[in-house]
Design a protein around this ligand. Structure first.
Ligand code: G1P
Length: 294
């Protein structure tokens, strides 16, 4: 069994839920405080020891490539002005990993986006990180999933309990718990079921460690929910062929795929930040009073 080295980050989606902000810029570049959302995801992969990162892009996604590329002009400017802290930050973005890009071309769904990574990933196990799910920096979720993979040599999904009503927004896992209530065998997984048909309230969250057999499953798949090639459907096929595990984690996750949760993520992240946190808390308390929110 080989250790996981590669991460795949699908970033080809059109970001229609954020129009008009995403008309001329990728949704992955929307800032959460002072970093674009995709930088948090790349940093998470790097912290978990994954140093080869493939970003699946499409039309209009060039700013992502520019962000992770060297900007000699900017570096010279910062240097000449003595802005060494900013210079360090800018250089770190470029140096943290080996980042590659491939275009999805046709927007046929998440499963299809992952399938275009096949040549790059080769026959190795790899991680997939979805950019709409931001995991708090202190949460070791991905490292823990990699440990489960090391132990069993099989695919591992991140899972989180959600309410019955919310389950139809997610891939839903039918679990058989092993050891304790943190680790389950995935008996089946179904994309966005109606609450009454959902086998559980355990949702798949956007972190996956996958064995390369996923590509065979993807190749033979018919379009699923929404007429798209669904990663969930391929994982379901895989789970019938070899063990697939779900690692249940708690807290520390922000869904930045919609406006309200994006706002919440921004505020929660900022509250914990040294540079703005203290003043933000004071302002929020004042706002609650002024607008009579409580
Ligand atoms: C995708 C996956 C879904 C998963 C979710 C996690 O859905 O298809 O299985 O539960 O991400 O965020 P999306 O949110 O892109 O509709």
């Amino acid at each position: 069994m080989s250790a996981v080295r590669k991460a795949v980050i699908p970033a080809a989606g059109l970001g229609t839920r954020f129009l008009p902000a995403t008309k001329a810029q990728p949704k992955e570049m929307l800032p959460l405080l002072d970093k674009p959302a995709i930088q948090y995801v790349v940093e998470e992969a790097v912290h978990a020891g994954l140093t080869d990162i493939l970003i699946i892009t499409g039309r209009g996604k060039r700013p992502i490539e520019d962000h992770f590329d060297r900007s000699i002009e900017l570096e010279h400017f910062l240097e000449s002005k003595g802005k060494f802290e900013e210079l360090k930050q800018v250089r770190e973005i470029t140096d943290m990993a080996s980042i590659h890009y491939i275009r999805q071309r046709d927007p046929l769904g998440l499963g299809h986006a992952v399938s275009v990574a096949e040549d790059h990933v080769g026959g190795e196990p790899f991680a997939v990180l979805l950019g709409d799910d931001i995991i708090a920096e202190s949460n070791p979720l991905l490292s823990e999933m990699l440990r489960v993979h090391e132990r069993y040599g099989r695919s591992v999904l991140a899972a989180m309990e959600v309410s019955r009503e919310e389950i139809s927004l997610y891939g839903c896992i039918e679990p058989e718990f092993v050891e304790d209530d943190r680790l389950a065998r995935v008996l089946s997984v179904v994309e966005k079921p109606e609450p009454e048909n959902a086998p559980s309230n355990l949702a798949a969250i956007g972190r996956y460690v996958l064995t390369p057999e996923i590509f065979d499953a993807l190749r033979n798949l018919e379009p699923g929910v929404g007429g798209e090639i669904q990663l969930t459907d391929a994982i379901n096929v895989l789970a019938q062929q070899q063990a697939v595990y779900a690692y249940v984690f708690e807290g520390g996750r922000f869904d930045v795929g919609n406006k309200l949760d994006y706002m919440k993520a921004m505020i929660e992240l900022a509250i914990d930040r040294e540079d703005v946190g203290k003043e933000l808390k004071r302002w929020l308390a004042d706002l609650v009073q002024r607008k009579k929110l409580l």
